[in-house]
Design a protein around this ligand. Structure first.
Ligand code: FE2
Length: 263
């Protein structure tokens, strides 16, 4: 492989663990993103936005009733997806890691997604799954970006590739009757991914992953967004309706518009 040493390290790490966690490539972009959240959230709550972001976000369960959580979450998602440049900032945070892991002609999900996990709340859990089981292309990666420190059960878990391969081999035996039984079959093998504010996680969504009840005392806020090589095979999520190209190189552009001379 004609890759640099840094690229080799990142590649080996991603292939053996199924993920990488790194300090963000652009801290100003991340701080800008978090400020957008503070603005949108404080407007939604009708409070002043000169509040400490960490306190506001980590303790949001003290201000929003759990019955309102999903509406609140959708409101925030609509809010930040409507901001010019939001997705570009999101991309900048992970750009060099995507270049190495995915490539430099990229398609990005049209809408960035958000997960808000209140302490001790079981109403918005993500049972163990691989996105590919529901029709995603195995060529997609997820860029998972927290805007608060995520640790312990406030974080997410992932089943590493070697263990996932074992599970695949005797899936019908290990999987049990439902996702809870499946989780218990793999619970000793999953890796909990601590990701602090200032760091970004890129993971392989074809590996089983999910979360459990957040038993920490703070609310989790994390965004997620899929990226893939523009010319890699698509699953149920198509180019144009779910993904759009964000980087196309000059030779690709001339190639795509090329016509043989008429005769
Ligand atoms: Fe997923």
């Amino acid at each position: 492989m004609f890759t640099t040493k840094t690229e080799q390290q990142l590649t080996t790490e991603y292939l053996s663990q199924g993920y990488i966690i790194r300090p963000v490539a652009d801290i100003e972009a991340l701080n800008w993103i978090r400020q957008q959240f503070v603005d949108i959230v404080s407007e939604a709550l009708g409070i002043n936005n000169d509040i400490d972001p960490e306190v506001l976000l980590n303790q949001i369960h003290e201000r929003v009733p759990v019955t309102e959580l999903n509406n609140f979450r959708l409101k925030i998602i609509r809010g930040f997806n409507a901001i010019d440049g939001f997705r570009e900032h999101y991309y900048q945070v992970a750009r060099p890691f995507l270049d190495t892991i995915v490539g430099n002609e990229l398609a990005m999900q049209l809408r960035v997604n958000l997960s808000i996990q209140f302490p001790h709340d079981d109403s918005s859990l993500l049972p163990v799954h691989a996105d590919t089981w529901a029709g995603d292309s195995p060529y997609e990666v997820v860029v998972w970006l927290p805007i608060v420190n995520c640790y312990g059960t406030k974080a997410m878990y992932l089943l590493p590739p070697a263990k996932a391969a074992e599970l695949n081999q005797n899936f019908s035996k290990s999987a049990g009757q439902n996702s809870e039984e499946l989780y218990h079959a793999i619970s000793n093998d999953v890796k909990w991914l601590n990701v602090n504010y200032g760091e970004v996680l890129v993971f392989d969504q074809a590996l089983p992953h999910g979360n459990r009840i957040n038993s920490e005392s703070e609310t989790r806020w994390s965004m997620n967004c899929r990226f893939k090589g523009v010319f890699t095979p698509y699953g149920d999520k198509k180019l144009g309706e779910f993904f759009e190209p964000i980087i196309l190189r000059a030779a690709t552009q001339t190639g795509m518009s090329y016509k043989l001379p008429g005769i």
